[in-house]
Design a protein around this ligand. Structure first.
Ligand SMILES: [Zn+2]
Length: 230
């Protein structure tokens, strides 16, 4: 017996598969092509939300003068899909907003780091107590920072002093230099945290802790300076 597709109205003959109009209305049958268009809408809702309006248009374009009960069921399916679409759309929007918010946070963080790096580069330092052409407007705090050179250092060092070729002492001189740089960097970091823009009276001290640990201590007064107007 021939079956008429209740959506497109096309006559189905032979053994061509037919499908229920919906779970609510299994009595009305639809053709494979209409079923595919229906599933197309459902799939987009699941996996490809922004394509749903397009899929819906394709589905609706094939609806041909259905009987009232079928029309009602189609309307109800569409309403249900539209609701799902709206919800998904809002979720996607929320998700997109979240991405943008995170990107902005990331950028703000980068800007903060860049600003900090700039302050680090701009920090003025002197072992003296003033800068030519600048006026100290505020003495903020005396600060210090240390770097510890590992155990065994002193004994290695005293042994190497005896090395007349000097290569070993060069190695330790380099190590000292690195420790000095490290202490000064820490000192500048502290000064940035205190909103200082200059360090005066920068001094290094090398106390021997126990027998074999040496520290490099950098100290200075964190100040705020401004350029003297001509
Ligand atoms: Zn059909």
């Amino acid at each position: 017996m021939a079956i008429i597709c209740s959506i497109c109205g096309k006559k189905q003959s032979g053994f061509i598969a037919d499908f229920p109009l919906s779970d609510n209305d299994p009595g009305n049958r639809i053709c494979a092509a209409c079923e595919e268009r229906k599933q197309g809408c459902i799939r987009t809702l699941e996996f490809n939300t922004q394509n749903y309006p397009n899929a819906k248009e394709i589905f609706l374009s094939c609806v041909a003068d259905p009987i009232p009960s079928v029309k009602q069921e189609i309307d109800s399916m569409i309403k249900d899909w539209d609701n799902q679409y709206q919800t998904k759309f809002e979720e996607d929007e929320e998700w997109a907003k979240d991405i943008i918010r995170k990107e902005m946070e990331e950028k703000a963080k980068e800007a903060q780091i860049a600003e900090w790096n700039q302050k680090f580069r701009d920090m003025m330092t002197t072992s003296g107590f003033n800068f030519e052409g600048w006026r100290i407007t505020k003495y903020i705090k005396v600060i210090s920072a240390e770097t510890v050179l590992g155990t065994g250092f002193a004994s290695e060092f005293s042994a190497s002093v005896a090395n007349l070729l000097g290569t070993e002492t060069d190695k330790f001189a380099k190590k000292f230099e690195q420790a000095k740089d490290s202490s000064l960097s820490k000192l500048i970091s502290k000064a940035i945290d205190l909103n200082a823009n200059a360090l005066i009276g920068v001094d290094f001290d090398y106390p021997l802790i126990y027998n074999n640990i040496i520290a490099v201590i950098a100290s200075a007064t964190a100040v705020d300076v401004e350029k003297v107007e001509e």
